[in-house]
Design a protein. Structure first.
Length: 193
């Protein structure tokens, strides 16, 4: 084993723990309205920030996608490895049935389950549900995007599944937000200690 470190830590903080500019940062000062903290701070690299903003605002600036040959090669390697994993699992668990290939219904079910869990479903009895209402809204919005982008490309069963999941998710969201609003208007009384 060598004594040579496998990585190097570089201190890129602009100021010392006392709030002083580091020697390599002399001449660079914080804006007048910004206080200097002695702890770690997120300081975005301006060049990286500007570059990522260009990509977001101008999709044409994105690098080209993989070629058809690269995609085919990758798919082949993926399927080979997935098959090897399946064989390994079945060798370890002889009674295990072959796994289903994931498809559109699995995608809808995954998003549905994610949103329901974010709205507190699945909590054990007596356990307070953990709710991520903003995450649930984003997941429901993703299901809406999926419905919009696949309109006219689904069979009747897939359409029914997607529309049903979206309806149930929106209803659960409405129930939950109505409860939150009611509780905000009439908070429970505080018991004396």
């Amino acid at each position: 084993m060598t004594d040579k470190p496998k990585f190097t830590v570089i201190d890129r903080r602009k100021v010392t723990s006392e709030g002083e500019n580091r020697p390599e940062q002399e001449g660079l000062t914080a804006p007048a309205n910004q206080t200097v903290s002695s702890g770690p701070q997120l300081v975005p690299d301006q060049e990286e920030f500007e570059e990522s903003a260009k990509l977001v605002n101008h999709p044409d600036a994105l690098p080209p996608g993989p070629t058809a040959e690269e995609s085919a090669e990758q798919l082949s390697a993926y399927e080979k490895n997935a098959k090897g994993l399946e064989e390994l699992l079945r060798a370890s668990n002889p009674g295990m049935p072959p796994s289903e290939k994931s498809g559109f219904p699995h995608l809808v079910q995954q998003l549905y389950l994610t949103a329901m869990l974010q709205m507190g479903a699945g909590a054990q009895e007596g356990e307070r549900p953990r709710v991520d209402i903003l995450g649930a809204r984003q997941t429901i919005d993703l299901v809406t995007v999926l419905a919009d982008k696949t309109k006219g490309n689904l069979n009747a069963e897939e359409t029914r599944l997607l529309e049903g999941a979206l309806f149930e998710l929106r209803m659960a969201f409405l129930e939950l937000t109505n409860m939150i609003n009611a509780q905000a208007k009439n908070p429970p009384p505080v018991s004396p200690s």
